[in-house]
Design a binder for this molecule. Structure first.
Ligand code: ZN
Length: 211
């Protein structure tokens, strides 16, 4: 089980397997070549060469199998690495992560002492975003529910992901703020088209989850 701070670093074992496989194959080829030269006129007879040639072929067979297993393992490791980062909160149009220093949208993210990516204080970040929308520094574009309702819906466990898109009036970028029942929250810069391409789905009746 990879630690959250160490997301799915592919194991080196498959690479070693491939190297071992190549070595085995090379040894097999060398044995076969030596036998072939030995079987030239005046060398070994066919029956004398049969055993070493068989041994060479077995080496090559082992090598081939090891290479196949290695590449299969490598492919599996790659697929796992792709699956690992919270799959539900990935707008296809992510532009970039934090780090451009906008005093409005950048500072809305409030961290806690958790391990990344679980190091976001959801309540404080949500409050910071509401504050920026209220005073006009950010504009609420679209969401499953109003910002102030996101936490209550998330806590109800009735909807898997709850997301909002906001426009930052200072830097002009679009921000994605998403909560997920089982995953980490996500706050990031996305394409301006992201709100229209997000796979919106039905929100449970508010009476079932509103405070
Ligand atoms: Zn901004």
């Amino acid at each position: 089980m990879p630690k959250p701070s160490d997301p799915a670093r592919p194991s080196k074992a498959p690479t070693y397997l491939t190297v071992i496989g190549l070595t085995l194959t090379a040894v097999g080829i060398v044995i076969a070549a030596v036998m072939f030269i030995g079987a030239l006129p005046g060398g070994l007879t066919a029956s004398e060469a049969a055993l070493p040639v068989t041994v060479g072929l077995i080496w090559i067979l082992f090598g081939g199998c090891t290479i196949l297993v290695g590449s299969a393992l490598r492919q599996r490791a790659r697929k796992q690495a792709e699956r690992h980062p919270s799959p539900e909160l990935h707008p296809s149009s992510t532009v970039g992560e934090m780090g451009t220093g906008c005093a409005t949208c950048e500072t809305a993210l409030v961290r806690n002492a958790g391990r990344p990516p679980h190091d976001v204080d959801i309540a404080k970040t949500s409050a910071a975003l509401e504050e920026r929308v209220d005073d006009g520094r950010m504009r609420y574009l679209r969401g499953d529910v109003p910002l102030a309702d996101m936490l209550a819906l998330a806590q109800s466990d009735l909807k898997y992901t709850i997301v909002s898109f906001l426009h930052c009036e200072e830097c002009g970028r679009t921000r994605f703020w998403g909560l997920c029942i089982r995953g980490a929250p996500s706050y990031k810069v996305v394409d301006a088209e992201a709100p229209s391409t997000w796979p919106w789905d039905a929100v449970p009746d508010r009476l079932r989850w509103a405070p």
